[in-house]
Design a protein around this ligand. Structure first.
Ligand code: HEM
Length: 191
């Protein structure tokens, strides 16, 4: 299966499992006048968290925080102006790749996404009230989690592909080796 087809399959699975649809982006568009003002606060929470834990801080070069803050805020604002969810998800392949290239583990992506979504939920409820706030926050969660899940899938697929290409082992053998490692790790971890 070629890489474009694999990515398209990943998008389909992510949409199905998260329930993400254009409705979410339409809802975010309606919330844009208020939500687009929260970017600076979220960016601060996001990078304060990543820069104060040794494993995530180690990902960054010493002089890049200002640039990182700028690109994250720009990306955050772009979430409130999406006309096609499929175009949006396709365009997120790049985000996945830049993180994989910089050794951003899936655990880091998932953890910070939880914090990002929680901060958004608090602001949304404070601003729109519990009912509307929750609707907007759930739309936001679906978007963020879709992006993170595509990145995680990309990391897994690329790790296996790299291993396969460097060793000549096919997917079935790789899968068997992983299963055998699970048994070993389980013994080591739980003994
Ligand atoms: C919800 C999770 C995350 C989102 C939505 C996100 C979003 C972004 C965006 C939009 C960019 C700019 C991409 C571009 O140049 O087009 C970026 C770059 C970057 N992010 Fe994240 N990020 C996330 C998590 C993380 C984490 C956990 C780390 C590190 C521990 C991290 C480190 C970086 C780095 C180092 C770059 C620069 C990559 C490069 O161009 O070399 N990000 N991120």
């Amino acid at each position: 299966m070629d890489v474009k087809q694999k990515f398209a399959e990943g998008v389909e699975t992510t949409k199905w499992l998260t329930g993400l649809s254009q409705n979410d982006f339409d809802l975010l568009k309606e919330a844009a006048p208020q939500a687009s003002q929260w970017g600076a606060d979220f960016v601060k929470i996001f990078y304060d968290t990543l820069y104060t834990h040794h494993r995530t801080a180690a990902v960054f070069h010493s002089d890049e925080r200002a640039e990182r803050e700028k690109t994250l805020e720009r990306w955050y604002l772009s979430l409130f102006d999406v006309d096609s969810e499929d175009d949006f998800l396709r365009s997120q392949a790049r985000i996945g790749l830049v993180h994989i290239r910089r050794h951003v583990h899936n655990q880091f992506m998932i953890g910070i996404a939880v914090k990002f979504c929680a901060a958004f939920q608090s602001k949304a409820i404070e601003t729109f009230g519990p009912r509307r706030g929750n609707e907007v926050a759930q739309a936001f969660d679906r978007v963020i989690n879709a992006v993170v899940s595509l990145t995680a899938e990309g990391y897994e697929v690329m790790s296996k592909t790299a291993f396969s290409e460097s060793t000549g082992a096919g997917p079935a053998l790789i899968d068997r080796l992983i299963q055998e490692s699970v048994d070993q790790v389980e013994t080591d971890l739980l003994s």
